[in-house]
Design a binder for this molecule. Structure first.
Ligand code: SF4
Length: 380
C-alpha cells in the first residue's frame, strides 16, 4: 500500500534525514542516569542493536553534559539531547549530538527576565554552528504558560498549536529550517487532533509523533498504535517514538513496537476505526528516563494496573509518573495522579495534592481515593 506523505522539508539528523519522503525514522530515549556513563552507553548500544535511528539522552546538569561527551565517544548512533530548563547547556553538548530537543514550555523557568525569542535564537545559532537539527517538543503537561492563558481552561490543543506555530515562525524568520516539531499528549485521540490541525497549517514541517506516558505494554503499544495509524495513514509523521513504561533492560521494545506499527501500516494492516476504550479505566504512565529517582517506579506502575483491575469499567484516569521534574505538572489532568520521589510517592486528585506515602503503602491509599472518585462520579 502506498501512503502519500505530506510534502515536508528534509531535516538532517546526523547520518539520517527525515521528511520529504525519507523513511519514517524510529527513536527511543535512554532511562539510565546520564551521568552514569557505563550504564547509559550500554543502553544506547542496546537501542542501536534494536534498530534505533536516533537515541535521545536527557541532560539536566553540567555533570550530565560532561558525561554526554564521553557517551558520544563510545557510541555511533545519531544522538539527540533533551534539554530541560537550562537551555544554555545546549552550547556545552551540541558538539556531541546531532539534534537538540527543547520544550517551549520549559524555556520560561531559567533566566526569566529574558524573552523566549532570545533563547530560541541562541539555540538556533548553537544548532547551526554545530550542524544539529532542532526539535520543538511541545508537551500537553508543560505548555507555555503565556499561551495557556489565551485559551479556555478546557482547550488543551489550542495552546499547544499556538506555541508550536509561533516557534516555527521564529525559526523560519531567523533562517533556521533544519527543525521538526512534536505535539504530544497522553490521550491518543488528542494526539491525532493536534497533529492533524498542525499539519493542515504547516504541511511543510516534519513531525515527530508520540503518545506521551503511553504506559505499560501491551496497552501502551495499543494507545500509540491508535494515534500512529490514524496519522501516518493520512501522510502525517516523519519520525516516531513509542513511549513505554518498561524496565531498563527492555527499552529496545520501544523500537521493536515502533517498527512493527510502521510495517503493519505500510502493509495496509490499518484498523479503519480503532475504537480505543475512552470510556473505561485509563492508566497512563511515563516511559521513565534518567530523571527517575527510585527504580521502584516501574514496578509501581504495574502494581497500580493490577490493583485497579476491579475498576476497569469506570471512566477514571490514573497517571503514574516517574519524577519530580514533570510528574507534578503532568498529573494535573488525571482524576488521580502519582509521581515518584526518591522515598515517597506523591498522590494527587486532579491538581490537588493529597499527601505523600511510602512505596509500601501507596497502593492502599490509592484504592481509598479511587473508591471515592468512583462513588462521586456515580452520584453525579
Ligand atoms: S515524567 Fe519524569 S521520569 Fe517520566 S519520562 Fe517524564 S521526565 Fe522522565
Amino acid at each position: 500500500m502506498t501512503i502519500e506523505r505530506n510534502p515536508t522539508r528534509s531535516v538532517q539528523i546526523g547520518s539520517i534525514a527525515i521528511g520529504q519522503n525519507h523513511p519514517i525514522a524510529v527513536q527511543s530515549m535512554t532511562a539510565t542516569h546520564t551521568s552514569n556513563i557505563d550504564a547509559t552507553v550500554e543502553q544506547v548500544q542496546a537501542l542501536t542493536a534494536a534498530g534505533a535511528d536516533v537515541v535521545r539522552i536527557a541532560v539536566d546538569s553540567k555533570k550530565d553534559a560532561e558525561a554526554l561527551a564521553e557517551i558520544r565517544r563510545q557510541t555511533s548512533v545519531n544522538l539527540s539531547v533533551d534539554l530541560q530548563e537550562n537551555y544554555r547547556l545546549a552550547a556545552v553538548v551540541a558538539s556531541s549530538v546531532d539534534k537538540i530537543r527543547y520544550n517551549p514550555g520549559h524555556l520560561y523557568h531559567h533566566e526569566r527576565q529574558k524573552p523566549w525569542q532570545e533563547k530560541v535564537c541562541f539555540l538556533a545559532e548553537v544548532a547551526r554552528d554545530e550542524g544539529c537539527a532542532i526539535r520543538v517538543g511541545v508537551n500537553c503537561g508543560s505548555v507555555d504558560p503565556a499561551q495557556k492563558q489565551k485559551f479556555g481552561e478546557h482547550d488543551s490543543i489550542g495552546p499547544m498549536l499556538a506555541s508550536a506555530w509561533e516557534h516555527c515562525d521564529l525559526l523560519d524568520a531567523v533562517g533556521f529550517l533544519n527543525y521538526c516539531v512534536s505535539l504530544k499528549d497522553s490521550d491518543p485521540l488528542k494526539v491525532i487532533d493536534v497533529n492533524r490541525a498542525f499539519s493542515e497549517k504547516r504541511p511543510d514541517v516534519p513531525l515527530h509523533l508520540g503518545v506521551t506516558e503511553a504506559g505499560i505494554p501491551p496497552d501502551g503499544v495499543i494507545k500509540t498504535r491508535v494515534a500512529f495509524e490514524q496519522l501516518i495513514s493520512r501522510g502525517i509523521g516523519d519520525t516516531i517514538r513509542v513511549s513505554l513504561t518498561v524496565p531498563n533492560d527492555r527499552k529496545g521494545e520501544e523500537i521493536t513496537a515502533g517498527r512493527e506499527i510502521l510495517k503493519d501500516i505500510s502493509n495496509g494492516r490499518v484498523r479503519s476505526v480503532v475504537n480505543f476504550n475512552t470510556e473505561g479505566l485509563n492508566i497512563i504512565s511515563c516511559p521513565s528516563c534518567s530523571r527517575v529517582e527510585n527504580e521502584a517506579f516501574v514496578q509501581l506502575a504495574e502494581d497500580v494496573k493490577a490493583m485497579t483491575e476491579y475498576a476497569k469499567q469506570h471512566s477514571v484516569t490514573i497517571a503514574v509518573m516517574g519524577c519530580r521534574v514533570n510528574g507534578p505538572g503532568e498529573t494535573d489532568d488525571a482524576d488521580l495522579g502519582l509521581w515518584c520521589g526518591p522515598k515517597y510517592v506523591n498522590l494527587k486528585k486532579g491538581p490537588v495534592e493529597l499527601g505523600r506515602y511510602g512505596y509500601d503503602i501507596i497502593l492502599q491509599q490509592l484504592k481509598v481515593e479511587l473508591d471515592a472518585v468512583i462513588a462521586s462520579k456515580e452520584h453525579k
